[in-house]
Write a protein that binds this ligand. Structure first.
Ligand SMILES: [Zn+2]
Ligand SMILES: [Zn+2]
Length: 435
C-alpha cells in the first residue's frame, strides 16, 4: 500500500506516496501562516515548488487548472469535435490529468482506458484503483486485458533475451496498444500525463547522449505519425511533478501505489533527482530550462528531410516504419512463440499434485505479521533485504542454480518479486499462489 493518509493529533493530514524507484513523496497538510498570499483570506497549506508562494487549497488548485488551460489553448491540443482518451496507469499523473481535464472541459468527449498487462499481483490490483477513480470522476472506462486479447503477459518476457529489459519491451507494447486502441475506440486525441519533470529529465538525458532528433520530437503536441493515428498531447507539461502529487493528495484521488515489480531505475529517473537537487538552489530553474528548450534550442534543430515511408506490418497490419515490414511489437512477441513453457506460478493444488519434489527447494519470504500462520515444511527463510541488492541475491542463490526454487508468502507480492528477480538472473524460480 503506497498512497497513505495519516491523520495526526492536530488534525493535520499527512500523505505519503511511493514512486517507482522507491522514492517517497510526503506532504503534510498543516497551516503555513495566517493567510494565503494570493486571496489574502483562506489558510495557506501548500507552497508552490517553483516560487515561494504559500497558498490555500483553492488558490493552489486554480493555479494548476490555469496551467492546464493555458497549455491546451496555446498548443491547440484539442477542440469540441475531438474524442480524447487517457490511458490510466493508476498513478498520480494520469489520474490528475483525468481530474483536471474533466473539470476544465465538462462537455468534452473524454474517456479512460486501462491496459491490464497481466503483471503478477500488480495489474489486477491497479485495475481496481482505476475503476474507483473513474467512478469518482464519472469517466467512462475501457479495460484492455492483454492476456485475454493477445495471449501473453509482460511477465512472459522474463523467458526471453529481454529478461533484464522488461520495462523497455513494455514501453514498445504499450505504445503499439495506444495506437491500436485509439483506432478501435475512434479516439482522435490521446492525452498523456507527462509533466514538467518528465519533459526536462528526458530533454537532458537526450541532450547528453547527443540525440537531438528525439529532442525535436519531444514537444507538447505530436501530430499523427502514421495516417489515421491519434494526435498525442501533454496537457500537464507546465506542472512540476511534486505539485501533481499535491493535487492528487488534496483531492484524495484513489491512487495505486506505483510498485510495478519490473520498476527499473532508468537514466531519466537519475536525471530527475539531479534536476530536483539543482532546483533546491534555484526555484525558477525548471521553467528557465523549459523555455530554453522550447523557444531556443528546439527551433534550432534541423532534421534531414527524409520522406518517411510507411509499411503495414505483415503480422498485425498496423503501420510501421520498419524496413523489414515486421513491427517492433511483433518482433518481440515472436520471441515468446519460441518459449514452450511460460509457467511462473503454481497454485496450492498444483503444488500438492507434484509427486517428485527432489528437484525442488522451498523458500519462505513471509511478512513478519504472517509468522504465526502455518508454514511450509522444509522451507528455508530468506531475508527480504536481498531484493535490494542484486549481487547479494545472486550469491545467496548461486548454490541452487540447478534446482527449482519455489517462493511463498501470504500476500503473494514478495514471493513474486523474488521469482521475477531470480528469473532475470536465469534461475528456475516459481511463485506459489496461496490465496
Ligand atoms: Zn487563497
Ligand atoms: Zn506488427
Amino acid at each position: 500500500m503506497v498512497f497513505r493518509i495519516f491523520r495526526c493529533k492536530e488534525s493535520a493530514l499527512n500523505f505519503q506516496y511511493l514512486k517507482c524507484g522507491a522514492e517517497t513523496y510526503q506532504f503534510e497538510v498543516k497551516p503555513l501562516g495566517k493567510s494565503c498570499q494570493l486571496c489574502k483570506s483562506a489558510t495557506p497549506i501548500v507552497t508552490l515548488t517553483t516560487q515561494s508562494l504559500k497558498l490555500c487549497k483553492g488558490c493552489f488548485l486554480r493555479i494548476q487548472e490555469r496551467r492546464v488551460l493555458e497549455a491546451v489553448k496555446k498548443y491547440k491540443m484539442f477542440g469540441d469535435e475531438d474524442k480524447v482518451g487517457i490511458f490510466l496507469s493508476g498513478g498520480k499523473d494520469s489520474s490528475v490529468l483525468a481530474l483536471l481535464l474533466k473539470r476544465l472541459f465538462p462537455r468534452l468527449h473524454l474517456e479512460g482506458v486501462y491496459l491490464n498487462l497481466g503483471i503478477g499481483y500488480y495489474s489486477n490490483y491497479v485495475e481496481e484503483a482505476v475503476r474507483r477513480l473513474c467512478e469518482k470522476l464519472q469517466l467512462p472506462l475501457t479495460v484492455y486485458h492483454l492476456p485475454v486479447r493477445d495471449g501473453f503477459t509482460i511477465d512472459d518476457f522474463v523467458f526471453t533475451d529481454f529478461k533484464d529489459k522488461v520495462c523497455s519491451v513494455c514501453g514498445t507494447i504499450k505504445r503499439y496498444l495506444f495506437s491500436r486502441l485509439a483506432k478501435e475506440l475512434g479516439l482522435t486525441v490521446i492525452a498523456t500525463g507527462h509533466h514538467l519533470d518528465d519533459l526536462l529529465s528526458t530533454y537532458l538525458t537526450l541532450f547528453f547522449s547527443g540525440d537531438f532528433e528525439s529532442i525535436k520530437r519531444l514537444v507538447p503536441v505530436n501530430p499523427p505519425f502514421f495516417p489515421g493515428q491519434a494526435k498525442k498531447v501533454k496537457p500537464l507539461f507546465f506542472i512540476p511533478e511534486r505539485e501533481i502529487f499535491y493535487v492528487a493528495a488534496l483531492e484524495e484521488l484513489p491512487l495505486e501505489p506505483c510498485s510495478c515489480p519490473h520498476g527499473e531505475i532508468t537514466p531519466s529517473k537519475r536525471m530527475k533527482q539531479w534536476l530536483e537537487s539543482l532546483s533546491q538552489e534555484n526555484r525558477a530553474l525548471k521553467y528557465q530550462l523549459l523555455s530554453v528548450f522550447l523557444k531556443k534550442f528546439i527551433p534550432m534543430i534541423k532534421l534531414d528531410e527524409v520522406a518517411e515511408t510507411f509499411n503495414t506490418c505483415l503480422k498485425c497490419g498496423e503501420y510501421t516504419s520498419s524496413p523489414n515490414q515486421i513491427c517492433g511489437r511483433c518482433r518481440r512477441v515472436a520471441l515468446l512463440e519460441r518459449v514452450s513453457d511460460r509457467k511462473l506460478e503454481f497454485t496450492m493444488e498444483e503444488w500438492d499434485a507434484i509427486s517428485d519434489k527432489n528437484d525442488w527447494l522451498i523458500f519462505d519470504v513471509r511478512e513478519k505479521e504472517d509468522f504465526l500462520r502455518e508454514h511450509l515444511e522444509g522451507a528455508q527463510f530468506v531475508p527480504h533485504s536481498l531484493l535490494d541488492d542484486e549481487k547479494a541475491l545472486y550469491k545467496f542463490f548461486k548454490p541452487y542454480k540447478n534446482k527449482r526454487l519455489l517462493f511463498y508468502c501470504y500476500s503473494g507480492r514478495l514471493s513474486y518479486l523474488f521469482t521475477l528477480k531470480l528469473r532475470k538472473l536465469s534461475f528456475k524460480a516459481y511463485n506459489l499462489r496461496i490465496s
